[in-house]
Structures are given as C-alpha cells and as structure tokens.
Design a protein. Structure first.
Length: 332
C-alpha cells in the first residue's frame, strides 16, 4: 500500500522583516546600467547608487587647468586687496579671512569628501555673471566689483564642476570670503555719516551727566575747552566691521546652533555703536578735565584698543547669557 505523499511548504516570510521597505520605490520605474566590469546597477529616480562619485574620486585635472587662468585674472586684484588690508586700519581684519577659510576647509575636510559630486550645467550662468562683473569692475575701475567677482566665480565653479550639493556644503566658507572685501565708498558714505551723528548724539547726551556743558551741531560737539568733531575715522565703522568679523569667527567656535551664531553676530552691531559712543564720551571728559592735546593724542589712540577689548568682553557676555537661557529652557 502506497503511503500518501507529504507536501512540505516553505515557511512564510516574516512580515516584520519587510516593514521598513518603502513600497513607493517598488512602483517607481527603475533603470539598469551595466558597468565596464560587467556588473549590473539598479537605480531609482531621485536616488543615487552606492557608487555615486564624491570629491575624493573627482578628477583634479579640470580644477588644475582652471587654476592658471584664474590666477592670471586675479593676481593684481589680490595684491591690491592685501595692500589695502595692510595700509588701511579699517580693513585690517581682512587678514583673518584667508586663514579662517583654510581652517574651515581643513577641519571639515572629511565631511566635504563624503558629499556626492556631479557636474551641473546650472552653475554656468553664475560663472558668466562673475566674469561680467569682473569686466564691469575693470573697465569701471571699481575695486569692489572686481573682488566680488572672485567670490561669485568660486561659487559658480563649485556649482558647475562639483554640483549643487557641494555648493550648499561650502556655503559658509564662501560666504566668509565676503567679509574680506572692503565695502565700496558709496555704501560707506551711507553708513559712516549716520554713525557719526549717532555717536555724537549719544556722547553729547552723556557729557552733561558728568557736568560738562555741550552744544552739538550735527557731528560737532562744542565743549567749553575746545570743539570736538566726530570725524569719519571716529564714526565706529572700523570697530563695527572688525567686531562683526570676530563675532562670526567666535560664534563658529563657541556656539552650536546657527540661530545663536546669527544672534551673536547681530549683537556685535549695537555693541560696536555703544562702545564708540563711550569712547567719544571719554575723550570729551579728558578734553574738559585733563589736557586737550593729550586727549586728542595718546588717549584717543589708546582708547580705541581699550574700547575694542571692552567690546570683546561684552560679546563674550552675550554668549554667556544665551547659554544661560538655553540651559534654563532645557531645564524647564
């Protein structure tokens, strides 16, 4: 008598193993490509294969070929920029910018190497815009446009050669480069004079509290001992740009969120304005109660460094206050 056949069915798959599978990807059309080695690659639209190139595998030959004409176009412009950093105290903070950019690239190197790269024709218009800006700056003898074109060209080349993702990853180092470009005269004139009026107004309001009678006419403060003029050099634009640059660099190291970094940078503006007003107030006191010649000489120069140190201390105090509020919010 024949024994009945026993059919053994394979166990059903565990549904939990496939719970994390995105069903929408199964319905999406896929493309199959064959590599030179004969292996097949499956890629879905919007996704990237595991072998997507990154900066570590990007050929350096196109970058080296482009470096020669860029050096030819910008070496005179760069030399003049460094000369302005050295000769003009208002722009001396520019020496910090190249070193800080190099530091950013070195410390974040591993993160940049992991960013997927691909050439993108969408960046070509930005390259063209940079070259047009350079032409306008050269023929119009505008140093600001010449220097701005370099930053635009770097952004455009990164976008074109390495892709939009790399441009987004490098947005902070590229943006920091703008801090090394001195503002054009037209913009400075619109900023400097209001700062002169504000500093003279605040100082003339503080001096009567110390028993010094004043009569203010615009940016000129008339004291009993002499006339004190708040010139362009005393407007506070130098300390404002320097303190803003230091605040951005300092915020990168000590703050952990972009919001707090932005707040720290914005806090540098009222701190610089208030510090400059205190400097003019101290100069007025020295003119009235000490020696006008020494007040306009030694004290005027020394107070600039002293007030800048006070501004840095206030900037650090803002950092501590934000940290205190952050800890209090977490505790609540």
């Amino acid at each position: 008598m024949k024994q009945p056949l026993l059919k053994v069915c394979p166990p059903l798959p565990n549904p939990a193993r496939y719970a994390a599978v995105d069903v929408s990807m199964l319905n999406a059309p896929s493309t199959v490509s064959q590599s030179p080695s004969g292996s097949m690659k499956l890629a879905f639209p919007g996704g990237e294969s595991a072998d997507s190139p990154n900066l570590g595998r990007q050929p350096l030959l196109p970058i080296l070929v482009l470096a020669a004409p860029i050096l030819f176009l910008y070496w005179r412009i760069s030399f003049k920029l460094v000369s302005d950093w050295y000769n003009f105290g208002d722009d001396s903070h520019g020496f910090l910018i190249p070193f800080f950019v190099l530091f950013l690239l070195a410390t974040e190197r591993q993160r940049y190497l992991r960013v997927p790269t691909s050439s993108d024709w969408s960046g070509i218009p930005l390259v063209v815009l940079a070259l047009l800006t350079l032409m306008v700056g050269v023929f119009g003898a505008d140093l600001f446009l010449q220097r701005l074109s370099f930053v635009l060209l770097v952004a455009g080349l990164v976008w074109s050669l390495l892709g939009r993702r790399m441009l987004v990853a490098l947005r902070f180092p590229i943006g920091v480069m703008l801090l090394g470009i001195p503002l054009p005269t037209l913009v400075l004139n619109h900023i400097t004079f209001p700062l002169q009026l504000l500093a003279s107004r605040v100082a003339s309001g503080m001096l009567p509290l110390a028993g010094v009678p004043v009569l203010r006419e615009g940016n000129v403060i008339n004291l009993p001992a002499m006339q004190l003029e708040v010139a362009e050099a005393c407007s506070g634009i130098r300390s404002l740009m320097s303190l803003l640059t230091v605040a951005i660099i300092f915020g990168y190291f000590v703050e952990r969120t972009n919001m707090r970094r932005v707040l720290l940078a914005l806090a540098s503006i009222p701190i610089a304005v208030a510090a400059n007003s205190i400097r003019i107030f101290g100069t007025g006191l020295c003119v009235q109660y000490w020696d006008p010649d020494k007040a306009m000489g030694f004290f005027h120069e020394f107070s600039g460094w002293l007030i800048f140190l006070v501004s840095l201390s206030l900037l650090y105090a803002v950092h501590l206050v934000m940290g205190r509020f952050d800890r209090a919010g977490k505790a609540a």
